[in-house]
Design a protein around this ligand. Structure first.
Ligand code: FE
Ligand code: FE
Ligand code: ZN
Length: 276
């Protein structure tokens, strides 16, 4: 059993997101906590959240996976950019508590020439500054493709980031299939081996969510261009093995494929058919 859903627009609030997820056949979803390019977030209405929670309960939703604005860079060289990222994440941590016990996924950032070590140091420092001891939200570090100066391409880098976080119970990992493939991990030819490696280096208990995307590029391309499920270099058969892998059961799987609503509904239905 897995939970499956797509990215959904947050512009009309929580209830609308819940209804849209159901309409697409999903039992989880992802959304941006604010404009993906960053900036001020909309007020949260408690009534709206309550009617969302009713929908989530009625349709047995799994954990939902919020996404931080992707342009923020927690390990930027310029201090004002890092402060901007920190303030957004701090505000997001408060907002996430309206829907307790869910996931907040973020990109660990680009070291922009400072080196991977420095990047890891800055991003982990920021995590320690934004995580509140009383929060119920788990912050997920997303595995990255290694485009540009991205940190978090290798499982070792993710492990190092995690190790430096004080509140070990508030952090986890989101595995993006397009990113790990573009990062060089052979999830087509050796899925068992890659997951074993993840377990050895990070620990599978840390894995809380999957971004299920095919990739336009060959393995190791470091490009990060998502493709529809089964239509890219990862391909249909590998996707079937991923969603059915025993070590990935129980997790929310989020589609970030280049689709419209109809396309996502079709992908969700197709994946449900694959589940054995
Ligand atoms: Fe992402
Ligand atoms: Fe992703
Ligand atoms: Zn991506």
């Amino acid at each position: 059993m897995i939970y499956i859903g797509s990215h959904i627009s947050s512009s009309k609030g929580y209830r609308a997101m819940g209804k849209q997820a159901v309409r697409l056949g999903g039992d989880t979803f992802a959304f941006f906590t604010r404009n993906p390019r960053g900036g001020k977030a909309k007020e949260i209405s408690e009534g709206d959240v309550l009617s969302y929670l009713e929908i989530a309960q009625e349709y047995h939703f799994g954990p939902i996976v919020a996404h931080a604005p992707y342009t923020m860079n927690p390990c930027a060289a310029k201090e004002d950019i890092r402060i901007f990222a920190k303030e957004m994440m701090q505000d997001d941590m408060k907002r996430m508590e309206y829907t307790p016990g869910n996931y907040y996924n973020f990109h660990p950032g680009c070291h922009v020439g400072q080196g991977t070590e420095k990047g890891i140091e800055l991003t982990s420092r920021m995590l320690n500054e934004i995580i509140m001891p009383e929060q119920t939200t788990i912050v997920l570090i997303e595995t990255m493709s290694g485009k540009g100066s991205e940190i978090g391409r290798t499982f070792e880098e993710i492990r190092e980031l995690l190790d430096r976080v004080t509140r070990q119970d508030k952090v986890g990992v989101c595995l993006d299939t397009c990113h790990v493939w573009d990062g060089g991990y052979d999830i087509v030819g050796d899925l068992d081996g890659v997951l074993q490696k993840f377990d050895d280096v990070i620990g599978l208990a840390r894995l809380k969510a999957v971004h299920l995307n095919d990739s336009m590029n060959e393995r190791g391309a470091h490009k990060d261009r998502h493709q529809k499920i089964g239509q890219g270099q990862i391909g249909m058969e590998a996707m079937k093995r991923i969603v059915n892998h025993p070590k990935l059961q129980g997790l929310p799987f989020i589609l970030e494929t280049p689709n419209d609503d109809e396309g996502w509904a079709k992908e969700i239905a197709m994946i449900r058919e694959w589940l054995s």
